[in-house]
Write a new protein. Sequence first.
Lengths: 396, 243
Amino acid sequence: MSSALGAMRSVFSKEFKENLRDRRTLLSALVIGPLLGPILFGTALSLSIKRGTTELDQPVALAVSHAERAPNLMTHLREHRVTIESVSYDDAAARAAVKEHRKSIVLLVPEDFGRRFGASEPASLQLYVDASDADSEKRATRVRAILNLYGTLVSRLRILARGVDPLILSPLVVKDTDVSTPAGRSVVALGALSYLVLLTMLMGGMYLAIDTTAGERERGSLESLLTVPMRREHLIYGKMLATCAYMCLSLTLTVCAYSVVLRSTGLERVGMSVNFGPGVAARIVLFCLPFVPLGAALMTIVAAFTRSYREAQTYLGLILLIPTLPLVFASVLGLRPTAVLMAIPSLSQHFLITSLLRDESLPASYVALSVGVTLAVGSVLVMIAGRLYHREALLG
Amino acid sequence: MIEASLLQKHFGPIAALREVSLRALDGRITGLLGPNGAGKSTTLRILYTVLAPDKGDALIDGVSVVREPLQARRRIGVLPHGAGIYPHLTARENIVYFGKLHGLEREQCERRATELVALLEMQDFADRPAKGFSQGQRVKTALARALVHDPRNLLLDEPTNGLDVMAVRSFRRLLVRLRDEGRCVLFSSHVMQEVAALCDDIVVIANGQVVAHGTPNALRAQTRMDNLEDAFVRLIGSSEGLS
């Protein structure tokens, strides 16, 4: 037994050290993987937050053809931070201007606007928009809202002038009450986070999983290794331990990076809060740890079947998608945690991470189920990987 | 001492070994000569326990490779075909790693590595990462690794492949030295000159069968040829696959 432990420790420390000296692998496993994801994710998130929040108080530019036909409307628009640029287009010129992106949106006041308005007939306005252009459509939405507001104001004044209570025009009042917590709302934005964490964790061990199996065979060192007086499964367990160690490092690094990055993105400004302090980060790492042996064994098994480093890389790229499948189903079907779903590795980690971010607590039995089933599946895979090393085909 | 009896091995429908029996004695260099594909590597792989024979058995100093492979492995040093080493470890670290896997203590491994570095004249490159090693340096490192636990029996699969003339000469001197220390050295080759120059005993193998077994003189006498090369060609039936 002690020789088994000794063998595993020797293999582990050799693989760990060797990988540590491989700059390229190290860079991808411990720097690019764990840090690049959070930084890109954080940047994208904070950019979209910035756009979402700042645009509402920015003045919106609007080209108006024949503004002189509706002076009061123009005053109303100006009061609502619309910058008016006077142009004199006819219908065709307005269409062309928007189509060719010379103007983002154009408002055309028809010739009979004043007459119809004065006669209390519906007075039409033409708004030219390019709905395929996000910017044009966004401005149009704001301008429409301001125009509708003007319409409502005018209709109330008209009703009032006829001695009728304007409230008669509002038979219904619908009030939205959003019960989601600020943390819960941010989960919508952070839905991909659990997937990225698991992916980064797997990638942290991927090169080692390949190098210790397909790589070792390709270099021709495997046969020598198999002639040492140690049981083959102990050798492969040592290798998987090293893979696990790098996966743990990647996992810890990336969760810390997400914690730091997300707390500085300013989600609070859009009414969200990120429940991602050191305590939560530590628990996310803990909840993901049971997945480490499972992932390491899975990658080792696949790499052991391949004939070369390159082939292993190709297949492992596909394997990385496996843990993501349950997550895709979960988000498409809008799944909520149940006892059955908590027995699915990777999906259960996703639910645990999401519940932490939402600041909701799941029953302890769910946590136990996730940890227990994931570890059980992992140990079965570890044993399969050990048995694979008894195949003669392994020598290639 | 290595004794193989009636080894048979099939890979799917292909019979790699039909029936191989051989004996390699202590204090002698035994050459396994045969054309490419004759079954040399398969024989050696069974002897160093990475393949199991379909039938037959082999004893390393009396220990069965089939029934007690772990015990058998303690008694052999192996240089497999194209033996690779770990590129991110130094030559010395490569040796020490295998020492540990053979169950040696750390200091024992270090001491043994220093001895082997001196024995194989590896001082110039012993502490460099193996990444940029020449073929000769790689083979020396792999051989040192095979010798780290001081095995009584050495199995080498085409060890001189890819070595230049100087490296081959120093390698031969080394094998002679290991033999003179009383070890059993068994190596395979398809180079007739090499086997003729180095071996005390020769096993000629063709089509998965041993076609002759004896000292060079005995083989010459058996085939009634003065020249060992002609003797080999006669034994194998053609010169194809030999060089």
